[in-house]
Design a protein around this ligand. Structure first.
Ligand SMILES: [Zn+2]
Length: 464
């Protein structure tokens, strides 16, 4: 099924066509390793993980590159405050970042290049920009001249009148109204600042140039998809396009995919509001990391998602119910032959398969994909005798190649018949409203290591 993706360059859903048949070059902006990633950053990386999983599910070979920013204003500031070298300082957060990815079942990219290991490539691009009349030197620093790059602002639809040409901005990150010439190379100011030699003064690269250098080095001058979060559209992605296309004269990325913000209690995350959570904070509150992954899947990547502790608990509950379904399928005996040929059963399987594929191919519509799975779970529960549980399990595990919710790890647990009988006896007492007896049996089940949940279709026994 052809995949449609919303291209931020055209602001339309377009049918995805790769440059080389069967292959996708994907660049995604990575972390600045000066702190733990917050759950908003991780939402972006989860969306990018879904993107690559959907492409792989459709048969593409995906080469994903994600940069690690190990030098920028914030790193220098915080390393200095911690009394550490920048290399020592970033190490801890880099390790923590990969731990977070693992816990969220985010598949590894092909490469994670580091900024400090690609200084010569950045200098090469800056030299080309100067040669092409798009960059100029001032006291050992080099700036990009936005006035000379006609396409500047095309991605973020900046109003040309707002461009303050001739003014320069030195900071790596700046406000939306600072539409000014930005630094490609920054001359060294303080003696204790990390620096590299260059054709200009000794110094360090600006933040934006690293993504141009590392994406093009590994994926070529033009590649298929560039991903990131909406907060990076201006200035970061805009500057990446200007630097890359200004140096090569070729189109940079065919598609730009931008994931929406995560809100916390309806507000933007900020240090001053104290609502910035990390994955570690969620785990400290006893929530499994994959509950957060499930929560992220419940919103389309182009819609804002509101995080609350209640929404996380609800996601955890839904995920647990899906795990329970997988356990049930694993524990079920194979279905009899006659039912397997039941056409309505085949129809239900085909329907969910089609619905799932249609949803993920439509600009990664994961909420719709989840809805298809839930309607299948309901259909199965209604008439389990009509389904072959092993075929259903195969299908669910196949969907998990995209969902990444860890269904493979969920093992069946065989409930001993004696335990099942106790649970049914307890159910009988409940029906008679004999709560004392029912509670007594629940305690016996607990003592034997099982819990019982009262579902509409009868008691559900699980190991503790
Ligand atoms: Zn970037």
């Amino acid at each position: 099924m052809p995949i449609k993706l919303h291209n931020a360059l055209s602001r339309k859903k377009e049918v995805f066509k790769p440059l080389v048949a069967g292959r996708v070059g994907l660049y995604t902006c990575g972390p600045t390793v000066y702190n733990f990633a917050h759950i908003g950053n991780l939402r972006t990386h989860l969306f990018e993980d879904i993107l690559r999983r959907v492409l792989k599910y459709d048969g593409y070979r995906v080469r994903q590159v994600m940069n690690i920013t190990d030098i920028d204003d914030k790193i220098i500031r915080d390393a200095r405050a911690a009394g550490k070298s920048i290399f020592e300082f970033v190490k801890e957060y880099e390790t923590a970042f990969f731990e977070d990815l693992t816990r969220l079942n985010i598949q590894r990219a092909w490469k994670y290049p580091k900024a400090t290991e690609h200084i010569p490539e950045m200098i090469g691009i800056i030299k080309k920009l100067i040669k092409n009349g798009l960059a100029y030197e001032v006291e050992g620093s080099v700036y990009f001249s936005i006035r000379n790059f006609k396409k500047y602002g095309a991605l973020s639809r900046l109003n040309a009148r707002k461009l303050k040409t001739g003014d320069r901005v030195d900071r790596d990150e700046y406000a939306k109204d600072d539409v000014q010439d930005f630094a490609l190379w920054k001359a060294k100011h303080d003696a204790d600042e990390p620096s590299w030699s260059s054709p200009w003064d000794e110094g360090r690269p600006g933040w934006h140039i690293e993504c141009s250098a590392m994406s093009m080095k590994y994926l070529g001058k033009t590649f298929d998809i560039h991903g990131g979060g909406v907060d990076l559209i201006f200035p970061h992605h805009e500057n990446e396009i200007a630097q890359s296309e200004g140096a090569t004269g070729k189109k940079f990325a065919n598609f730009f995919l931008e994931g929406e913000h995560l809100l916390v209690d309806g507000r933007k995350m900020s240090k001053s509001l104290g609502n910035t959570h990390t994955l570690r904070d969620l785990v400290a509150q006893n929530h499994p990391p994959l509950a957060y992954r499930y929560l992220v899947l419940t919103a389309h990547y182009r819609s804002p998602l509101n995080f609350t502790w209640e929404s996380l608990a609800a996601a955890e509950h839904s995920l647990e119910r899906l795990y329970e379904f997988v356990r049930e399928l694993r524990a079920a005996p194979p279905q009899q032959k006659k039912s397997r040929n039941d056409t309505s059963f085949t129809g239900a399987l085909l329907r969910v398969k089609k619905q799932f594929a249609a949803a993920i191919s439509d600009d990664l519509d994961m909420p719709r994909a989840l809805a298809a799975i839930w309607s299948f779970v309901r259909a199965y529960r209604k008439n389990p005798e009509r389904f072959d549980p092993h075929v259903a399990l195969k299908l669910i595990l196949d969907f998990d190649r995209v969902l990444g919710l860890g269904f493979k790890r969920i093992q069946s647990t065989v409930i001993p018949t004696g335990i099942q009988k106790l649970a049914e006896e307890r159910e009988e007492y409940r029906r008679q409203k004999n709560w004392v007896k029912a509670d007594e049996l629940r305690d016996r089940l607990l003592a034997a290591g099982f819990t019982v949940e009262d579902a509409v279709d009868g008691p559900r026994v699980k190991p503790r």
